[in-house]
Ligand binder design. Structure first.
Ligand code: IPE
Ligand code: IPE
Ligand code: MG
Length: 247
């Protein structure tokens, strides 16, 4: 008779079969803080630390692309104080990253409308983008002031403008051409989308790109998300059968 054996070790992951691109909706910072009697902004600060830990670990295990949802086009609805704190954390992260990029060799890119950011912050994103072109390490895409619908509308507008300018014609529009007008141009679609915090929704994240992504949901709040949680998500991904509409 087989004995029940509790699994205490890390979830088994085959590191030779990792997804190329993992995307994460970094959700649950506010609830994490509330449970501790702290202001929501403390949750965002803790979430930023988790991002650093997870991104470094993803680089270490050899992931090619990591895309994280940091601030949505809808998050402007939050109190100004919270929005300012999140923007402040982005600035702090960028300044620290610029110093560490030489060592970490993580390439940083941004998906989203950065025109809404203060000029000095925009300048920092341009600098990190520039530095990133020198490296060949993992690419981290930070989605900031990002919305999937907004991204698609902008791409449609840019394509229409190219048509008006005589650079393109409507017949040329294919899924592939259209993809090249998105923020994610040149980046393979995410294989795995992880959402912590217990919410079972997409909240306007990578709508076009996640057409055939595998989804992994967990109740763990983002600031508590650990390497072990990532292992569980990767192991779940590896147990799935991806058919892309085939058999
Ligand atoms: C995610 O955490 C961070 C952002 C959306 C900027 P939340 O702030 O949404 O945390 P919850 O969902 O309220 O717990
Ligand atoms: C999604 O989380 C956006 C980010 C994590 C940046 P939200 O907390 O904004 O999503 P909803 O409101 O629960 O759908
Ligand atoms: Mg949330």
């Amino acid at each position: 008779m087989a004995l029940f054996k509790p699994k205490t070790e890390l979830a088994e992951v085959d590191f030779d079969r990792l997804p190329r691109h993992v995307a994460i909706i970094m959700d649950g910072n506010g609830r994490w803080a509330k449970r501790r009697g702290l202001p929501r902004t403390a949750g965002h600060a803790a979430g930023a630390e988790t991002f650093r830990t997870i991104a470094t670990y993803c680089q270490k295990i050899g992931l090619e692309y990591l895309t994280v949802y940091a601030f949505s086009t809808e998050n402007w609805k939050r109190p100004m104080e919270e929005v300012s704190a999140i923007i402040g954390l982005l600035k702090k992260y960028l300044l620290e990253s610029i110093e560490k990029m030489e060592k970490d060799k993580i390439r940083l890119h941004f998906f989203g409308d950065l025109d809404a950011l203060p000029p000095e912050l925009r300048e920092l994103t341009v600098r990190t983008d520039d530095i990133s072109t020198r490296y060949e390490g993992m690419q981290v895409n930070v989605c900031f002031n990002y919305g999937g619908r907004d991204e698609i509308v902008r791409a449609a507008r840019a394509f229409a403008a190219d048509c008006l300018a005589g650079k393109r014609s409507p017949e040329e529009l294919t899924e592939e051409t259209f993809s090249n007008y998105l923020y994610s141009a040149g980046v393979p679609d995410p294989d795995l989308v992880i959402r912590p915090s217990g919410e079972l929704r997409i909240s306007n994240f990578l709508l076009w790109q996640s057409a055939y992504a595998e989804f992994y949901y967990t109740d763990v709040l983002w600031p508590d998300f650990s390497k072990e949680e990532l292992h569980k998500a990767l192991a779940a991904y590896q147990s799935r059968s991806r058919r892309f509409g085939g058999v």
